[in-house]
Write a new protein. Structure first.
Ligand SMILES: [Zn+2]
Length: 249
């Protein structure tokens, strides 16, 4: 969750929520549940996290969606007043898919709010900006709010048109929210690709490897930038720890 001084509460993805079980009740969507069994009994949903921070889910004004895999969009329907900031091309790649074609992309149509298209704001309509040299080899992105604080960058491969967010508010150390472009910070730092079997679920192995290589290079060049990945075991702890000025290990 990001507390933006002018734009209010912003979420980056929404994780799992109990409606995942309903969305995977019927075949062929149940295949998703068989492939990735989920236990949410003791876990907070995105809405729980918002409430724990002292806000109501109604107060969330923007949800940035990195990509449309089910484990990133289960909570979308819990935030009735939020706009959805996402890649138009990423949305187009999944929005009409149903049945096996959807499951193949880890997309569960029932998780999408009925009015998604009306509430969507395409990142491609934001200003395209050049990134400072310290973020090379990434050269450009979309300045989502025109204030230089949240810049969407392309991280394709794991999913079609996946995006990450570069957070640079000038007062805190910069952070890159990389979603699923890497599985752990350590793997990116060591430029260690996932097991070959993992590539089965990626939309493009070639793009994934290229993105991963660029993240590894960024890590090598810019040790002050925190790279945070959704499934990284260190990410949860990192969220509660003060920044120690160390490298991105
Ligand atoms: Zn994913």
């Amino acid at each position: 969750m990001i507390e933006h001084p002018e734009k209010g509460l912003i979420l980056f993805d929404t994780g799992y929520a109990p409606r995942f079980m309903e969305a995977t009740r019927k075949f062929p969507y149940r295949i998703y549940r068989w492939m990735t069994p989920v236990d949410m009994e003791n876990d907070f949903t995105a809405a729980d996290h918002v409430r724990a921070a002292g806000y109501s889910p109604d107060e969330v004004r923007t949800i940035i969606i990195s990509h449309f895999h089910a484990d990133h969009i289960c909570g979308l329907r819990d935030f009735p007043n939020a706009k959805f900031l996402c890649s138009r091309e990423g949305y187009s790649a999944v929005s009409v898919r149903r049945g096996f074609a959807a499951v193949k992309r880890a997309f569960l149509p029932d998780l999408m709010p009925a009015d998604f298209a009306e509430r969507a704001v395409w990142i491609e309509s934001a200003d395209r900006v050049k990134l400072p040299a310290e973020y090379a080899p990434f050269a450009e992105g979309y300045d989502l709010f025109g204030d230089g604080k949240l810049t969407a960058i392309a991280l394709p491969g794991h999913a079609d048109h996946q995006i990450g967010i570069l957070l640079t508010d000038g007062t805190l150390p910069p952070v890159l929210l990389g979603a699923d472009a890497g599985w752990s910070r350590k793997a990116v730092q060591e430029n260690r690709l996932p097991h070959p079997l993992a590539f089965i679920v990626f939309d493009s192995s070639r793009d994934y490897k290229a993105t991963f290589g660029r993240l590894a290079e960024l890590c090598r060049r810019n040790s002050g930038l925190r790279q945070v990945f959704t499934h990284c075991p260190e990410s949860r702890a990192l969220c509660d720890l003060p920044y120690d000025g160390g490298d991105c290990e």
